[in-house]
Design a protein. Structure first.
Length: 204
């Protein structure tokens, strides 16, 4: 597959690049920090721009089979990053006929246990969580073959191959590695049966 990856130079994005290369996929790395990309494995193409630039985003989708967006929720300086990018992305994908989309979100926006940590996270991360929640609404309202991957706390440990996915709420959400997360995102992109679903990820 030829996959456009937004947020390709995030720590999870770099893991995605390595795993995609291992699987034989081509990655179009869409990033504002191209200098952070490794020399090897090199992406098939690099797009240096913001995901809210419609013309550039349309051009990057030429020949693509799927898009994976690893963009986080916004911060106080840029509070609507995920939602604004989602609007532009839906337009660009609709215009170019690319239908497969996987986006990352945050499990605590829907999780209800453990109650105290979830409550604290929602207070502390109110701005990014509000942004990704709006992003989910935009993606769900599109006509694309979308999958939302809601993540828990990510770690930089080596891949374990132990990650669980569920469409239901998690009894005990656990941290998971960025490497395992990258592999799971590629699994979702490769599997059309996961379209039109929100998938909750957790370590084991």
């Amino acid at each position: 597959m030829r996959i456009v990856a937004l947020g390709a130079t995030s720590r999870t994005g770099l893991c995605l690049l390595t795993e995609a290369h291992r699987r034989g996929h081509q990655i179009v790395a869409f990033t504002r920090r191209p200098q952070a990309l490794p020399d090897s494995p090199a992406p098939a193409a690099v797009v240096h721009n913001d995901g809210r630039d419609l013309a550039t985003l349309r051009a990057s989708l030429t020949g693509a089979h799927a898009v994976i967006s690893l963009l986080p929720g916004g911060n106080r300086h840029d509070p609507h990053l995920a939602a604004e990018t989602a609007r532009t992305l839906v337009t660009a994908m609709t215009d170019t006929g690319v239908t497969r989309l996987v986006v990352v979100s945050a499990y605590p926006i829907v999780g209800d246990r453990p109650r105290l940590p979830i409550w604290i996270l929602r207070r502390v991360l109110a701005t990014p969580y509000a942004d990704v929640s709006q992003m989910e609404q935009i993606v769900c309202a599109s006509g694309l073959d979308w999958t939302i991957a809601r993540l828990n706390r990510l770690t930089g440990k080596p891949a374990t191959g132990a990650i669980t996915t569920s469409t239901g709420l998690l009894t005990r959400p656990r941290p998971h590695t960025r490497a395992d997360t990258a592999a799971a995102l590629l699994d979702l992109a490769e599997n059309p049966a996961t379209a039109r679903a929100a998938i909750n990820l957790s370590g084991t």
